[in-house]
Write a protein that binds this ligand. Structure first.
Ligand SMILES: *Cc1c(COP(=O)(O)O)cnc(C)c1O
Length: 355
């Protein structure tokens, strides 16, 4: 029987795997249950069954909602009046929405001028206090670490372990849909919370005997923002994929453990490759994702180009955020413009007939 309508978020569905009790108020927007879409064209290219976990269909348009429902519920349980986070955009959108839902304050610290328009408008509309600093994400996170944890202010960045707990439910859903874990899981890596969370989820379901295998975890960073790949903090990270524009990931160690323990790897994709993959996915599979999310697809293409055997019969790509988050990048990349025509039948018909 399907869960009742008020009972469909990730806390309700996976309560026994999450740090909640009857005393925890559940602050939810029915996040999770995102589609796992089979990709015939990627499958053909890869010689394996390829599935896209479309996290852009969460309530605020990114996977951040999975962790935020747990983080905000716990913050309210613990008596927080305000939540605070540093963000490249999607964390702030999710924090602001769930804080609004909980009826508490939210403050977000963002790198000025580096937030995609769709994400910024969300923070405003959900009623957050938006502070734009002259610095990057890593500077913002440093400030948040100093401001939070006192005076009823809870930090809801992924340094808050409740975020990782909620995000691991992505793995649970994939295992439930496929009947087992895939052989390989590819995802973009920024602050590295998500790769850490997925790996935790896969291990927990294997331990609970809900799956029989563990996937290799394969992360992709943007080439101009690839501290884990180069094993060196990047002081001035730069990439068009603003959601992964991070020079000193908070969950660096979690990411390293995930790839070492799973036999996976961390790799890089250039901005050009990321943008090409974004438009390829939209045109060929009808799935529009933001640039950071396309790092998964660019990553699969790179693995295929390398010529090495993938040694996988099933592959899942997480695409982390919706394309409408960042329309400006897409518009300027493609140089899109309409074909202008007079409003008469013959003109429009002749335009249609042009090749
Ligand atoms: C946050 C985010 C990422 C990066 O996830 P991490 O957990 O920071 O590695 C990737 N894509 C999108 C759309 C995001 O919002």
């Amino acid at each position: 029987m399907p869960a009742p309508l008020h009972d469909r978020g990730v806390i309700s569905r996976y309560r026994e795997y999450l740090p909640v009790s009857d005393a925890t108020p559940v602050i939810s927007l029915n996040e999770g249950s995102t589609p796992l879409i089979h990709s015939p064209r990627l499958s053909e290219k890869a010689g394996a069954e390829v599935y896209i976990k479309y996290e852009g269909l969460n309530p605020t348009g990114s996977f951040k909602d999975r962790g935020m429902t747990v983080a905000i519920s716990k913050a309210v349980e613990e008596g927080a009046q305000t939540v605070i986070c540093a963000s490249t955009g999607n964390t702030s959108a999710a924090a602001a929405a769930y804080a609004a839902r909980a009826g508490i304050q939210c403050a977000v610290i963002l790198p000025a001028g580096k937030i995609a328009s769709g994400k910024l408008v969300q923070a405003y509309l959900y009623g957050a206090k938006v502070i734009a600093i002259k610095g990057n994400f890593d500077d913002a996170l440093r400030l948040v670490r100093e401001l939070g944890g006192v005076n009823g202010i809870a930090i809801v960045n992924s340094i808050n372990p409740h975020r990782i707990e909620g995000q691991k439910t992505g793995s649970f859903e994939i295992i439930e849909e496929l009947g087992d874990a895939p052989d390989m899981h590819i995802l973009p890596v920024g602050n590295a919370g998500n790769i850490t969370a997925y790996w935790k989820g896969y291990r927990e379901f294997a331990e609970a005997e809900r799956s029989t295998r563990l996937p290799r975890m394969v992360g992709f960073q943007a080439a101009g923002s690839a501290p884990i790949f180069y094993n060196k903090v990047v002081d001035q990270p730069n990439t068009v994929a603003t959601a992964i524009r991070i020079g000193n990931p908070a969950s660096w160690e979690g990411a390293s453990n995930a790839v070492t323990q799973s036999g996976g790897s961390i790799n890089i994709a250039t901005d050009e490759e990321i943008l090409a993959a974004q438009s390829w996915l939209a045109k060929n599979e009808g799935i529009f994702v933001e640039p950071a999310s396309a790092a998964s697809v660019a990553g699969l293409f790179k693995l295929l180009e390398s010529g090495a055997s993938l040694n996988a019969s099933s592959i899942v790509l997480t695409v982390t955020g919706h394309g409408l988050k960042d329309p400006d990048t897409a518009m300027t990349t493609g140089d899109y413009h309409p074909i202008e025509a007079e409003a008469d039948l013959d003109t429009v018909r002749s335009v249609l007939e042009q090749s």
